[in-house]
Design a binder for this molecule. Structure first.
Ligand code: RB5
Length: 155
């Protein structure tokens, strides 16, 4: 069983709550970072909250939901060490773990039904990074820094 951080904005909270309940039924330890109601909030705040837990090692994996799953992924991906992937299908959910070593799955409540979202989440959790030829590629992703800076410019 995994420790999973979950977060959503107002446009994703209902799907997030369904998925958090699903994860807990499966026995996972979920840190729910909110939001917890339908009041309008800003998705970057929740993408960041999930990403920081994953980056700090407080959660092995993250789950983010907004209206499309896109904006919250953009925010989460600003945190070093986080590889957040927006998925709309089971195959993408599996492949982004196997090939990209994604550690945050992002879903869009306005685009994906709850049953498909559960199946995609299950596929994401069941898959493992394949390493091999994918290892150096993922390392190149992690070597990129926000703001188009290079490592040399920051040293
Ligand atoms: C909120 O209206 C919506 O813009 C947000 O949930 C998300 O879809 C952004 O990417």
């Amino acid at each position: 069983m995994a420790r999973i951080a979950a977060g959503a904005d107002h446009a994703g909270v209902q799907l997030k709550d369904v998925l958090v309940a699903h994860l807990r039924e499966l026995g996972h330890d979920v840190a729910d970072c909110g939001t917890w109601g339908l009041d309008r909030v800003d998705y970057p705040d929740f993408g960041e909250a999930v990403a920081r837990k994953v980056a700090a090692g407080e959660a092995e994996l993250g789950l983010c939901v907004c209206g499309t799953g896109i904006g919250i992924a953009m925010a989460a991906n600003k945190v070093a060490g986080v590889r957040a992937a927006t998925v709309h299908d089971v195959t993408s959910a599996r492949l982004t773990r196997q090939h990209n070593d994604a550690n945050v799955i992002c879903l869009g409540e306005r685009l994906v039904g709850a049953e498909l979202a559960k199946d995609a989440l299950d596929a994401f959790l069941a898959a493992a990074f394949e390493g091999g030829r994918h290892g150096p590629r993922v390392a190149k992703i992690d070597a990129l820094l926000p703001g188009d800076r290079t490592r040399d410019e920051t040293s």
